[in-house]
Design a protein around this ligand. Structure first.
Ligand SMILES: C[S@@+](CC[C@H](N)C(=O)[O-])C[C@H]1O[C@@H](n2cnc3c(N)ncnc32)[C@H](O)[C@@H]1O
Length: 466
């Protein structure tokens, strides 16, 4: 049985297991930047490499290039005491393309760690939400973005990847979410347990009067801790909170799956986790193994066996059926936690909550992100007294939204008003403000993705400096 739930965020097992998928997606922007720069040698900084999946994918990309691969001087910046065996292995593999160096430090202090104008590419994958959550919110992010801009050479690229936010421009905008007592019981139980913790302990920006979450059951207005999971429930709150609740449910589900405590462990990485029936619709077959557990009743276990196909040492089942049975088992698990009936279930819950529960991912929409990366980079160049520069996407394809189709299919089935789940990727080039042609091309891209307010503030920032 995997012990993921008993590890903390930076422990070796967490990084080696939980963050080690989707390498190609994590390295795609760095590969794009290498293609565009077309140099013989690169200085690259990967911030928070975790288990090294992006390094492995970068190595694969370099290995598949026709002709001589460029030399790569790879700098990896990790928090102190964060160790990962799979990162060590990835560094060993990529060393055939040049040198790799593991630096210890906090990216918020990047100005003191890396030399100004020293890197061709700086990449962050699933790191900036952690900077926001654990290093001081927006102030820490601003400092980090300024540090990244300073560290890049002019003409270099910042490759950003993190969780997709929401469609709307404003995360404080209200959203109504209805939860059905029959089909969304595990969700109601999750909200009852988790929402009070998140609102009180999470690093989130929802503290204004208008951010107050309102919950109604019938004609009664209640607090989240008083939710009766047997009643249909209406929740009205900032769309950013609804997005976070949804994302945290998915991380808990993944986490509990990995422990095997629900009675089964699905394959979450590798080929077996990509057995698609229809990839666009997120419809897949789930490969899993049974474990011993009380959270899957005898009848559910029989049902799961009957509906599955046995393949060598494991079982395979339609993902929709798997998700439905999994939600029922998760509801049983959460009920046990709520009633304090099982120490090991409570421990799994507490571990997950202390590791993940304070985090806020969805802190910036694409609009805000492009605007902030650009504005912080101009500030950084002003602070450094050099030629003024700005970080902006160069082409329309430099902003990517990658859907998590399997999750989105699950959310659509479970919820009345699901919020899209995916990753957002932005590649931004450090351009001198004097380079009016390049700036004009980039502003066309900005216009495509940003609100009129953001576009206007970037126009005025640039035109006041050229
Ligand atoms: C969610 S993991 C992502 C790992 C990897 N980049 C990936 O996408 O698979 C976040 C990583 O960022 C590192 N990290 C978090 N905060 C950091 C900070 N302030 N400075 C440097 N690294 C940080 C963590 O230790 C961890 O390795």
């Amino acid at each position: 049985m995997n012990t993921i739930s008993h590890t903390h965020k930076n422990e070796i097992t967490y990084l080696d297991v939980a963050t080690n998928g989707n390498g190609l997606e994590k390295a795609v922007l760095t590969s794009n930047a290498i293609q565009r720069l077309n140099q013989l040698e690169y200085n690259i900084l990967e911030v928070g490499p975790g288990g090294g999946s992006s390094i492995n994918a970068l190595g694969e990309y370099l290995g598949n290039l026709s002709g001589q691969a460029p030399k790569i001087n790879l700098n990896l910046l990790e928090l102190e005491n964060v160790k990962s065996q799979s990162l060590d292995d990835a560094m060993e593999r990529i060393s055939s393309f040049g040198e790799s160096l593991l630096l210890s430090g906090n990216v918020v202090e990047l100005d003191n760690i890396a030399k100004p104008e020293s890197m061709d590419i700086v990449s962050t994958s699933a790191v900036l939400h952690e900077v926001y959550s654990y290093n001081g919110g927006y102030g820490a992010l601003d400092r980090t973005l300024r540090g990244i801009a300073t560290t890049l050479k002019t003409g270099g690229y910042f490759a950003y990847r993190d969780v997709y936010s929401v469609e709307t421009d404003n995360l404080h905008e209200s959203a109504n979410h209805a939860y059905n007592a029959d089909s969304s019981k595990s969700w109601l139980r999750f909200i009852k347990l988790f929402m009070p913790y998140y609102l009180n302990n999470g690093q989130h920006p929802y503290h204004h009067l208008e951010d107050h979450v309102k919950i109604k059951q019938g004609s009664l207005h209640i607090d989240s801790s008083d939710i009766d999971v047997n009643k249909d429930t209406l929740i009205r709150g900032p769309i950013g909170i609804m997005r976070e609740i949804q994302r945290h449910y998915i991380t808990l589900r993944d986490d509990v799956w990995r422990t095997g405590t629900l009675g089964f462990i699905p394959e979450l990485e590798g080929d077996k986790s990509n057995d698609w029936l229809n990839i666009k619709q997120g419809h897949k077959r789930v490969h899993f193994k049974f474990t011993d557990s009380d959270f899957l009743s005898f009848n559910q276990r029989t049902l799961l066996t009957e509906m599955s196909e046995r393949v060598s040492d494991h079982f395979v089942i339609d993902g929709d059926i798997f998700d439905a049975i999994s939600d029922t088992a998760l509801n049983n698990f959460l009920e046990t936690v709520q009633k304090g009936q099982d120490d090991s279930a409570s421990e799994i819950w507490e571990d997950w909550q202390s590791r993940e529960g304070r985090e806020t991912y969805a802190y910036m929409t694409v609009d805000q992100l492009i605007g902030n990366i650009a504005i912080r980079s101009v500030e950084a160049s002003k602070n450094n007294d050099g030629a003024e520069t700005i970080l902006l996407p160069e082409y329309i394809t430099d902003v990517k939204k990658i859907s998590r189709t399997y999750y989105n299919r699950f959310l659509k089935k479970a919820l009345s008003n699901p919020l899209f789940d995916g990753k957002q990727l932005i590649l931004a080039k450090k351009i001198p403000l004097k380079d009016v042609d390049s700036i004009a091309t980039s502003l066309d891209v900005v216009q495509k993705y940003c609100s009129r307010e953001t576009t206007a503030s970037l126009y005025s920032l640039i035109s006041s400096d050229v």
